[in-house]
Design a protein around this ligand. Structure first.
Ligand SMILES: *Cc1c(COP(=O)(O)O)cnc(C)c1O
Length: 426
């Protein structure tokens, strides 16, 4: 037995996760199959907890909103960052308390604002327009809603443009120079209690520099907002810590983030004589490396490249197609065998872009082998679809050899469950 990455091990040439043999899981539950190691979620959450002992940690539900996963995090004391009523509903159902949830979103419906108001969930407001809508909804409901504003700190982290969210031109947040006036306006509005400030600069960020810049800019804004007489009870600096998808890649850990963020946060709040709660919203770091996607080889073809056709495509893992992301690939039933060729792993979807892994050195790959895509926990299943008439796959949770199914495989009926052919077409 030896360890290949974090919690992943190899025994008898098979990939082992959380004490379970992936080839047996593939046999028992079928493929494609997402397999998540519960212990690794707890380890990752604990790393954040240790690094930021006094902060609140709100897990970003969009990274992976499966109920069992939300439940594991609820039991660890996590709150949640939610971006829709659906995510709010699932977070509450999993037992995350309403007062540890922040409702984010750049384009919320009136229904969503109404639900947040009724359920006593704080809202991160993204525009003046939304602020006025929320004030009306709160008044009609006879409630006061605690809000933060999502501000745009104008920071450009070095990440994929599609996951950089705090640029001047991004759709998220209130421009820094308008923040103070926005808080002034909010403090005069009925039904609204401005009590926090929020930003989130992007995802898969690989150095701490952008977080330093964002924290400093946020604390400048805190100071300006405070001068208007508003008491900020929390400062939420979002998330974005990257994880090492490539072998040997060095990425900052929560401890490294804390070592640059906390001195700024502590010094500035002390100087201002305030003690707001710090909130962080990690998604990818908590769940990314906990999960493998198992997919079976349907066919191997020697053409311009050696193509390995598997049964999962971008319908189940869209990151390579959408963000040019790298996922490390192993043959789960030949996990310790030496490489014998260069292969490109492709899905079954009718799109040229349905490539999961390009030009990888792998052992001799044959029909029936199980390919494992590592680090598939974040933005994997949560971004899946039924494209090309493919039911979504199952998810299992493993812990010390105990295996539980946490989402059953959709069947062919699920493809048509909500559809109707109008009578006049019969
Ligand atoms: C997506 C998102 C997060 C999580 O980002 P990660 O990079 O996955 O940690 C946190 N906060 C907000 C507002 C987000 O949109």
């Amino acid at each position: 037995m030896f360890t290949i990455k974090n919690h992943l091990e190899v025994q008898n040439n098979h990939l082992i996760i959380g004490g379970a043999d992936t080839t047996e899981l593939a046999e028992k539950f079928g493929t494609p199959l997402y397999v998540t190691n519960e212990s690794r979620i707890v380890e990752n959450f604990s790393a954040y907890r240790r690094a930021f002992p006094d902060a609140d940690i709100y897990y970003a539900a969009k990274a992976n909103g499966s109920l069992a996963i939300l439940r594991i995090l609820a039991r660890q004391g996590a709150g949640a960052d939610v971006f829709s009523f659906g995510e709010l509903y699932m977070a509450l159902l999993a037992g995350i308390p309403h007062d540890k949830i922040l409702f984010n979103g750049n384009s919320k419906t009136d229904f969503e604002l109404q639900k947040a108001t009724e359920l006593g969930v704080r809202v991160s407001v993204d525009s003046l327009d939304e602020l006025h809508t929320l004030s009306e909804i709160a008044q009609r409901s006879g409630k006061t809603v605690e809000i933060a504003f999502r501000v745009n700190p104008d920071v450009s982290p070095d990440t994929h443009p599609k996951i950089s969210t705090g640029l001047r031109t991004s759709k998220f947040g209130i421009p820094a120079e308008e923040v103070v006036n926005t808080y002034r306006e909010a403090s005069d509005l009925p039904g609204i209690a401005p009590c926090g400030i929020h930003c989130h600069i992007g995802s898969q960020i690989l150095d701490t520099e952008p977080f330093i810049e964002a924290t400093e800019k946020m604390m400048d804004l805190v100071e300006q907002v405070m001068r208007t007489g508003i008491d900020l009870k929390f400062v939420d600096i979002g998330s974005g810590l990257g994880i090492p998808y490539k072998k040997g890649e060095r990425t900052p850990q929560p401890q490294d983030l804390a070592s640059v963020v906390l001195p700024i946060f502590n010094e500035r709040t002390q100087a201002l004589g305030i003690s707001p709660k710090l909130i962080l919203e990690p998604g990818r770091y908590i769940i990314g490396d906990t999960t493998v996607l198992l997919t079976r080889v349907n066919t191997v073809k020697k053409a311009a490249r050696n193509f390995v056709g598997v049964d999962a495509g971008f319908n189940l893992l869209i990151r390579p197609a959408m963000y040019d992301s790298y996922h490390h690939v192993l043959v789960a039933n030949k996990a310790a065998s030496p490489p014998e060729g260069v292969y490109t792993v492709v899905g079954p979807i009718c799109e040229t872009g349905d490539v999961l892994a390009r030009d990888r050195e792998l052992p001799n790959v044959e029909k029936g082998d199980i390919v494992a895509l590592l680090d598939a926990g974040a933005y994997g299943f949560s971004m899946s679809s039924q494209y090309n008439g493919r039911p979504r796959c199952a998810e299992v949770l493993v812990k010390d050899g105990i295996v539980d199914i946490i989402r059953s495989r959709e069947d062919i009926e699920d493809l048509v469950a909500k559809q109707r052919i109008p009578a006049r077409l019969m």
